[in-house]
Design a protein around this ligand. Structure first.
Ligand SMILES: *Cc1c(COP(=O)(O)O)cnc(C)c1O
Length: 382
């Protein structure tokens, strides 16, 4: 029998789509010119980069000059936070407000900035993983440089009240960054309505290539560059453009529109089927299920189970899932996200994340449920 391969780890990375690959191929083969070169090969590459910029700007509802291509979500988050901190600290603003459940690209950046004199406030979440935007308002002082609140969480899919947070920041005259890496494939974003000054995206989370990202920077936002070098990206992000990756990201962005609602509906139905099935096993809980969530994420905790062991046994059966977030697997630090939601250490230890998408089928879901229940019955408990 052919070995099963069921991919349910789309929050960690997604499959490059055919249209994205087709959009990239010319720049990996014949059109290899440097986008800064004046000759015809360079001009072809330049056109690809600028087309991708226009598509991304159209998606976010901003001007193309406000789109900066980066090497991924981690770089975008670092740039937003370090860039604003470095630009504003000379004015006496050294305070950053973020949440307890951010991705490590945000949390570890904030931690690192403490050594440079930053003061960090971590807004707590309720047991469903949601912040109260009024806590952000209370935390803002005249030394606050930046508020960084993720659009949706990578472990649970829980959506934060980013519109309310953005409004509060605008009222208070404080810069607002949102890490929208997980949310991008499932929400229609308008950065003006969101009152976002900075927003991070990552190509490989929505069928684009790994190592491609975007930082939206609203015109006039004080933000320093991280690197020195050439004049690329308006002099703000030096280094020869990764034309193929940028072209691929642009294609992935335009592919989001046409069928977004049907896609969300389909993925939601798969996720509901999955959770209904998983909950048949005793001692299973779904984390964050009382909150608004992205359609494909499911954070599952199992009583008296070992999440890492479960994950390995699922993998032997051809199922790709994740223990908490991919960035924390391999080290047994309990998930900071579930901890912040007040999930007990024991349940955190028995946690798994499934993230399904439009490439999954109902048969995939039924196989996952069956395998999960079998494993736990036979040997999954500690
Ligand atoms: C994946 C992810 C990142 C990091 O993006 P990379 O492109 O993998 O560096 C940042 N934030 C969130 C919420 C993510 O899910």
């Amino acid at each position: 029998m052919e070995k099963k391969f069921i991919y349910a780890d789309n929050a960690a990375s997604t499959r490059i789509s055919r249209s994205v690959l087709d959009a990239m191929m010319p720049y990996l083969t014949d059109n290899f010119g440097n986008a800064s070169a004046v000759h015809s090969a360079g001009r072809k590459a330049r056109r690809a980069v600028e087309t991708a910029r226009e598509k991304t700007a159209l998606y976010l509802g901003c001007d193309p000059s406000e789109i900066f291509f980066t090497g991924g979500g981690t770089e975008s988050d670092n740039w937003a936070i370090r860039g604003v901190f470095s630009a504003l600290r000379k004015t006496g603003k050294n305070h950053i407000i973020t949440t307890a459940v951010e991705h490590h690209a945000v949390l570890h950046t904030c931690e690192a900035l403490k050594k440079e004199g930053a003061e960090i406030t971590y807004i707590p979440v309720n047991s469903d993983g949601v912040i109260n935007p009024e806590d952000v308002r209370k935390a803002i002082t005249d030394r606050t440089a930046l508020v960084s609140v993720m659009y949706a969480n990578n472990e649970t899919g829980v959506i934060q009240p980013v519109y309310e947070t953005g409004r509060i920041c605008a009222e208070k005259g404080v810069l607002f960054h949102t890490d929208a890496v997980q949310a991008v494939p499932y929400v229609q974003i308008n950065v003006r309505e969101l009152n976002a000054d900075l927003l991070s995206m990552s190509g490989h989370k929505f069928h684009g290539p790994s190592g491609s990202g975007v930082l939206y920077i609203k015109k006039g936002t004080p933000v320093s560059q991280l690197m020195s070098g050439g004049a690329q990206e308006s002099g703000m992000r030096p280094g020869t453009e990764n034309t193929a990756a940028i072209a691929g990201l642009g294609q992935a962005v335009s592919d989001l529109w046409p069928d977004m609602n049907e896609r969300i509906e389909y993925i939601t139905s798969l996720r509901n089927r999955l959770e209904k099935g998983l909950l048949q096993t005793e001692g299973v809980q779904i984390n964050g299920s009382g909150a608004d969530r992205l359609p494909g994420h499911s954070s599952v905790s199992v009583k008296n189970a070992d999440g890492e062991k479960l994950l390995l046994m699922m993998d032997l059966k051809g199922i790709c899932a994740s223990a908490g977030s991919a960035c924390t697997s391999g080290n047994s630090e309990p998930s900071h996200v579930l901890k912040a939601m007040n999930v007990s250490n024991e349940l955190i230890k028995g946690s798994l994340r499934f993230s399904v998408d439009e490439n999954n089928t109902e048969d995939d879901i039924d196989y996952i449920v069956e395998t999960f229940s079998d494993i736990i019955k036979k040997s999954g408990r500690m």
